[in-house]
Ligand binder design. Structure first.
Ligand SMILES: [Zn+2]
Length: 252
């Protein structure tokens, strides 16, 4: 009786030992598998195609509508980003959205980046070029005219109301704008590609680095033609993607 009991105990001990060994091996294997997984948690990029529905935005001399150009470019950019990033679009079809709704999508998605896409529009047909905006309460023009200096909220414990939350990110947003600018410049033929700051409402409440890109003037006949060219759109998307990668690599 006691012999067989011992035998059972021995067998049980051996089984437990084997189980523990298997468990350890599987845990170690898991840990190895998980290291790159944790390193590679996908960043979230929210893309905001400007206008939509009744709100057509700018109209080109050849009938091109800003709301369509922004959706085409955002869709192309989303496809270019999706292998490495989680991409959320504020709109995926031809419908209107208010500015707060666009910013809220970025905040609710806990986005790492927010990119709003527009085209320029002017009654001057020769006005042209790409402008990448980041948010500042006072625009470059106002600052240049010598008014009071902008109070910096970076690294400050001041109470910030939700509608001015973007001021926490002024520094990183300007780095994002410059990262995208340096990838676009030279690769896509537009008359210029500048970075500017402006108090843009759609960026104001965004609690992450954010820019608004005006991808050329739709009211400029040459640029309207370019913005209808799928080749130009895909080059723009590739350049913006590289700018986004450069931006993230600066903070890793
Ligand atoms: Zn617009």
């Amino acid at each position: 009786m006691s012999m067989s009991c011992d035998l059972v105990t021995q067998k049980a001990v051996r089984s437990i030992f084997i189980l523990i060994t298997l468990l350890l091996v599987s845990l170690l294997g898991d840990a190895e598998a998980k290291t790159p997984f944790f390193k590679g948690i996908k960043k979230t990029v929210v893309l905001d195609p400007g206008h939509g529905g009744h709100d057509i935005g700018a109209r080109g001399p050849d009938g091109g509508l800003e709301k369509n150009v922004t959706l085409t470019l955002a869709t192309e950019l989303a496809a270019a980003l999706r292998d490495e990033y989680k991409v959320v679009m504020t709109r995926t079809g031809d419908y209107g959205l208010d500015l707060a709704g666009r910013t809220n999508t970025a905040n609710h998605s806990e986005a790492d980046l927010f990119i709003s896409i527009h085209t320029g529009g002017s009654f001057l047909h020769n006005a042209g070029g790409i402008i990448i905006f980041y948010f500042r309460e006072l625009s470059d023009q106002t600052l240049a005219s010598g008014s009071e200096p902008l109070k910096s909220f970076e690294d400050s414990d001041d109470q910030i109301t939700w509608d001015e939350i973007q001021q926490k990110h002024t520094g990183s947003s300007s780095i994002l704008a410059k990262s995208i600018q340096s990838r676009i410049s030279g690769k896509v033929k537009f008359s210029r590609c500048n970075v500017q700051s402006a108090p843009l409402l759609v960026l104001r409440g965004a609690d992450m680095p954010a820019v608004l890109i005006e991808t050329g003037y739709l009211t400029n006949p040459a640029e309207e033609k370019a913005l209808k060219d799928p080749e130009v759109i895909s080059r723009l998307a590739a350049a913006i993607r590289q700018g986004v990668e450069d931006f993230f690599s600066k903070f890793e």
